[in-house]
Design a protein around this ligand. Structure first.
Ligand SMILES: C[S@@+](CC[C@H](N)C(=O)[O-])C[C@H]1O[C@@H](n2cnc3c(N)ncnc32)[C@H](O)[C@@H]1O
Length: 162
């Protein structure tokens, strides 16, 4: 599986401990250095922008946790989502953790927060041929936030797209 935007690799390490073969990618060389030092070689690490990552293979699971709302630029975000989707194997899944909003917020309002809140339809628009297998919403009361998990399934039918 691929942990896209893995940061210091907390989730990568948990997944490796569960028996998954894991690769982690992040554009922060510093974060990947920390991951290498603290977690080591049970995960294969890469430094790359998500939109440019070309590992030469596909993964049964591509997970992207709390990353894409930090990608404020819409074009970069769209290319990143498309590239991650293209890295999922046929029969595989793309799992995205987001904090979705109910309504689109104008771009100007994102400048103060350095995050870009998106709606579910933004993802459906970028991945029209993909099946949204599950949308799970859950609350983190301590942080006073709600998170969304979008699980997209890649079938043979949509293997040519994205
Ligand atoms: C909030 S952290 C989440 C880290 C990890 N997924 C976790 O949940 O512990 C967001 C991470 O996304 C990475 N990131 C943001 N934009 C990125 C991009 N365009 N390409 C690659 N990594 C990116 C950041 O460097 C950071 O490590």
């Amino acid at each position: 599986m691929l942990d896209a935007g893995c940061g210091n690799g907390w989730f990568s390490a948990r997944a490796a401990d569960m028996g998954f073969e894991v690769e982690g990618v992040d554009f922060s060389a510093e974060a990947i250095d920390t991951a290498r030092r603290t977690i080591g070689s049970k995960v294969q690490w890469h430094v790359s922008e998500l939109r440019e990552f070309r590992p030469g293979r596909r993964y049964a699971i591509v997970m992207c946790i709390d990353v894409l709302f930090h990608v404020v630029d819409d074009e970069l975000w769209e290319e990143s989502v498309r590239n991650l989707a293209s890295l999922s194997a046929v029969g595989g899944h793309l799992l995205i953790q987001e904090q979705l909003t109910e309504q689109r917020i104008p771009i100007g309002d994102h400048s103060r927060t350095h995050v870009r809140w998106r709606v579910k339809q933004d993802y459906l628009d970028v991945l029209p041929a993909w099946r949204l297998a599950e949308h799970h919403k859950y609350a983190l009361p301590a942080q006073r936030v709600e998170k969304d998990i979008l699980l997209f399934a890649r079938s043979a039918k949509n293997s040519q797209s994205a």
